[in-house]
Ligand binder design. Structure first.
Ligand SMILES: [Zn+2]
Length: 270
């Protein structure tokens, strides 16, 4: 199905990069948002996530992921404080919430009922099934709402960001913790070969500019921007830098590289 730009509402886009996985990537001529268009129907997308989407992790990957979560938490605490009501939107199996300090009152929202069952059984977490806009979340209730690696999956990011604002207390924090950034070197040089361009699951691709515009228009102030690479468990500069050059000229996919991902801490106005 064909969709208009989620950021500015226009339906005037040009091809961006080459088709990938049989899907076209376009860039809005008006605001620069990159997105998949046309894209699979909501039914086809639901089907895609039903097929063991959250399975297949192995022990080594889990260890790396947990180290990454600890790093992210250490970085966000000076901004968001170390207590309060924390809502993780798209919390998957609840691993991030399980690592978050218990000084927080934790809650999750997740549309995969299999993942929700796991989050409840393994970690005893309070998780609701569905999209944020569907689950009837409390208004003005949360100190922090996080989306980690989530906004790029959404069918209507603006609608969900609006819901985040409603769920937050005045001056509450919206932590967009990790989404692909196509405004960096890899996005410019590699385009669809950026390692986070996965059109079957990632429908929207932001840059600092497009993400900031969305947040500002929906009543947030961007307080901090982080491009995680250095010091993360996924970074190996002695390997990534030569591979970046080699893969660029040989037509392969981009490795982990500075600027591939972005995290934004935004605060609700008023
Ligand atoms: Zn646009």
């Amino acid at each position: 199905m064909s969709v208009a730009c989620n950021l500015c509402g226009r339906d005037d886009s040009e091809t961006w990069g080459r088709p990938k996985d049989g899907l076209r990537l376009v860039r809005c001529r008006n605001c620069g948002l990159i997105y998949v268009n046309p894209r699979p129907t909501p039914e086809a997308l639901a089907d895609y996530y039903r097929k063991d989407y959250f399975e297949g992790g192995n022990y080594a990957e889990d260890v790396l992921r947990e180290r990454m979560y600890r790093m992210e938490i250490a970085r966000m605490l000076p901004w968001i404080g170390s207590r309060g009501r924390f809502l993780d939107v798209g919390c998957a199996m609840g691993k991030f919430l399980s690592v978050l300090p218990d000084t927080f009152e934790k809650r999750g929202v997740e549309f995969s009922s299999d993942a929700v069952r796991h989050a409840r059984e393994s970690f005893g977490l309070d998780v609701r099934v569905g999209q944020l806009s569907e689950v009837g979340i409390e208004r003005g209730h949360y100190d922090v709402v996080q989306m980690r690696g989530v906004i790029e999956h959404l069918q209507d990011p603006r609608r969900e960001v609006r819901e985040v604002r409603l769920a937050l207390k005045p001056k509450g924090w919206f932590v967009l913790n990790q989404t692909p950034d196509l405004g960096g070197l890899a996005g410019c040089l590699y385009r669809e070969r950026h390692n986070q361009v996965k059109p079957r699951e990632h429908l929207y691709y932001f840059t600092k500019a497009t993400l900031s515009r969305l947040l500002t228009e929906e009543g947030f102030i961007v307080r901090n921007v982080w491009r995680p690479y250095w010091g993360t468990p996924y970074a190996a500069p002695w390997r990534d830098f030569p591979v970046f050059l080699f893969n660029l000229v040989s037509g392969r996919e981009c490795p982990a590289f500075p600027g591939n991902m972005i995290a934004v801490y935004a605060q609700k106005v008023d």
